[in-house]
Design a protein around this ligand. Structure first.
Ligand code: UTP
Length: 294
């Protein structure tokens, strides 16, 4: 009988990027704090991790990102004021979202050297156990949270898991792409991985969407700090080495919901419309407003 895989208790959220695609909005405000309807992007992603059973939330922050730490902390004066004014439901909603004592950790990436480097910065907090990694600007919208589906697949197969989704063939050069053993399966063994393949060379049109379950051995590879595409320390490069050299299995979990890249202006706008359309308090007015604009 094969041993049950170790549980996934911790999730890493790298939030130290510069957000250059969204300047000037992100000059003083982290892109992760831009709001989708009335919740910051990062809150939506933390909610996804919570719904998947994650117990410890690890944020890799950087310069100008202090407000993210404040968002996940008690706001004593505000809470006191809400209590004094009898705004009980607003107060309870705020308090519900603050992680419990010791459930959130913050570490800092001093320079944005790439996603791989940001993940490596969390090594001591993660320790020697498998963990989830969620890119906070990529919203995965579905009835069943993406990470919950991945953990289910992980509990069955163990090893490492990467969420994937199809992109148009002429866009594969912009993404991390994986080749898989069974193209149409919900969960399939990954046979190859490549970061931003030159046009016409991609092994498939399945791109890496920003949700991962990784074994802690990834930190040893990230420690080499090798630069890859764009001069950045790339996570995909270390995953490729890990798959090749250690024989660690990697599985692709196909995500069938909608994905919004909220680090891009169009992705952010589309996410706002999609999330607002699901809100009974907003949808009728929004529909009427859009109709008028059209
Ligand atoms: P992105 O490449 O989408 O973020 O990285 P970015 O660099 O902020 O975006 P642009 O291209 O300049 O607009 C994916 C995620 O990894 C984090 C980002 O914050 C984002 O959530 N990241 C990226 C880091 O934490 N550190 C880095 O060095 C790079």
């Amino acid at each position: 009988m094969t041993a049950k895989p170790r549980p996934i208790r911790k999730a890493v959220f790298p939030v130290a990027g510069l957000g250059t695609r969204f300047l000037p909005a992100t000059k003083a405000v982290p892109k992760e704090m831009l709001t989708i309807v009335d919740r910051p992007v990062i809150q939506h992603v933390v909610d996804e991790a919570k719904a998947a059973g994650i117990e410890h939330f690890i944020f890799v922050t950087g310069r100008n990102k202090g407000v993210i730490e404040d968002h996940f902390d008690t706001a004593y004066e505000l809470e006191r004021t809400l209590a004094d004014r009898g705004k009980r439901s607003e107060l309870e909603a705020l308090q519900r979202e603050v992680p419990g004592a010791g459930q959130a950790s913050f570490t800092r990436q001093q320079a944005p050297l790439g996603l791989g480097h940001a993940v490596w910065c969390a090594r001591d907090i993660v320790g020697d156990e498998p963990f989830a990694l969620l890119l906070p600007d990529m919203l995965h919208h579905a009835d069943r949270p993406c990470l919950a589906e991945m953990i289910e697949a992980y509990n069955q197969h163990g090893g490492n898991h990467i969420a994937v989704a199809p992109v148009p063939e002429d866009q594969t050069h912009q993404y991390g792409i994986v080749g898989v053993a069974a193209r149409d399966a919900k969960v399939s063994r990954i046979t190859s991985m490549v970061e931003k393949p030159p046009r016409g060379t991609a092994p498939s049109n399945l791109h890496i969407t920003g949700r991962y379950i990784l074994q802690p051995e990834i930190f040893d590879l990230l420690a080499t700090q090798q630069r890859g595409a764009g001069g950045e320390i790339q996570l995909t490069d270390s995953m490729i080495t890990m798959a090749k050299n250690s024989g660690q299995p990697f599985h692709a979990v196909r995500f069938d919901g909608a994905i919004y890249d909220c680090g891009s202006k169009i992705g952010f706008l589309m996410a706002n419309v999609a999330y607002a359309m699901e809100r009974p308090d907003l949808a009728p007015l929004l529909k009427a407003g859009i109709k008028k604009l059209m």
